[in-house]
Ligand binder design. Structure first.
Ligand code: NAP
Ligand code: ZN
Ligand code: ZN
Length: 349
């Protein structure tokens, strides 16, 4: 065990504060990563405030991790000391069930080992996330961060990037498709960039009129303020794919109405409470509604390589860890352009 500096919370909703955590000693298949940057995902807030229930404390959030490998076990072949590496939302899985074999480790039948707010696969060792100085992870669950990517703006790709890349790929997004992105936050702005890079024509559906210019700069061709009933009606039946990233309860029927016949909507935003859905929103037009959870390890690597090839990073506001509680409040007010990223060097201040 090694004592590591971190920031976390000791109970649901309590402000985050400095704390010390124990990191397990690295085994032969593990890498030790000195964390340089960690993105702030809305899921960090949901969990630190126990909005999804079942949270365990103390909790050190953070699952958009980029850092430098500072130690490798004797059996590690994928990384060398000095390499840039990333860690997303999981640090292990059973490696033997069907989903693990199919490369969708996020759906491991034994339950994956989440990067924080859970345990390693021994179901005893608590996991702690990236608002910390170092992390130990099996090399199979660490990603190579291409040198073409800026490390700070690459950090959000480890969750916001893969969570939007995966449904776009699974729904077969292709040049000329019309893609709607609901909610222009951390996930939403990545969905716009990624769909545009796949050749799609992107419409942003936002509650915030002030985000229109940004939407266009990010690659959208159309922008609709969702309170504009006339514009929403005009857009009905026009989209092939909708990616819904909204973090609060809202009306899915409205967005399903924007799909063309046989179109598909992927829910990635995870509101804490159930929502109602009208059966006819799907029946009329033979529409599909799917959910999507991050992505598997191989698909995450594919996404990072895609981003390197297309020059895609997240639009970020870098903060010292001391500003994390203010950052949470600003995320809740949709006042972030478009992802906070913690510079972990600030842990030493
Ligand atoms: P975020 O940065 O806060 O973005 C969410 C956006 O949703 C906001 O910017 C806002 O966009 C819109 N919004 C917020 N409240 C709304 C409301 N009441 N009605 C309508 N729109 C609203 O959050 P994020 O980090 O992108 O995460 C979004 C959601 O995805 C969270 O629930 C998070 O837990 C979840 N998530 C899921 C996965 C997965 O694997 N499925 C992975 C990561 C995160 P506008 O201002 O444009 O309206
Ligand atoms: Zn996340
Ligand atoms: Zn498994």
């Amino acid at each position: 065990m090694k004592k590591i500096q971190a920031w976390g919370t000791t109970a649901a909703g309590k402000p985050l504060a400095p704390m010390t955590i124990d990191r397990r000693a690295p085994g032969e298949g593990d890498v030790v990563i000195q964390i340089l940057f960690c993105g702030v995902c809305h899921s960090d807030i949901h969990q630190a405030r126990d909005e999804w229930s079942g949270a365990t404390f103390p909790m050190v959030p953070g699952h958009e991790i980029v850092g430098r490998v500072i130690e490798v076990g004797s059996g590690v072949g994928k990384f060398r000391v000095g390499d840039m590496a990333g860690v997303g939302c999981m640090v292990d899985s059973c490696r033997s069930c069907h989903p693990c074999g199919d490369g969708v480790e996020q759906f491991c039948l034994k339950g994956n080992a989440p990067t924080y707010n859970g345990t390693e696969m021994d179901r005893k060792t608590r996991t702690f996330g990236g608002y910390s100085a170092e992390i130990v992870v099996n090399e199979g669950y660490a990603l190579r961060v291409p040198s073409a990517l800026d490390p700070a703006s690459a950090a959000p790709l480890l969750c916001a990037g893969i969570t939007t890349y995966s449904p776009l790929r699974q729904l077969g997004c292709k040049p000329g498709d019309r893609v709607g992105v609901v909610g222009l936050g951390g996930l939403g702005h990545m969905a716009v960039k990624l769909a545009a890079s796949m050749g799609a024509k992107v419409t942003v559906l936002s509650t915030s009129k002030s985000k229109e210019a940004d939407a266009v700069r990010l690659g959208a061709t159309d922008f609709i303020v969702t309170s504009d009933a006339v514009a929403m009606k005009k857009a009905a039946g026009s989209l092939d794919i909708v990616i819904d990233t909204v973090s609060a309860p809202h009306d899915y029927d409205t967005y399903l109405s924007l799909l063309r016949a046989r179109g598909a909507m992927a829910i990635v935003g995870a509101p804490p409470t159930p929502v109602t859905l009208h059966a006819f929103s799907l029946i009329l037009g033979g529409k599909r509604l799917v959910g999507s959870l991050i992505g598997g390890i191989a698909e995450t690597q594919e996404m990072l390589d895609h981003c390197a090839k297309h020059g895609i990073g997240s639009d970020i506001e870098v903060i010292p860890i001391q500003q994390i509680n203010d950052a949470y409040e600003r995320v809740l007010k949709s006042d972030v352009r478009y992802r906070f990223v913690i510079d972990l060097e600030s842990l030493n201040r």
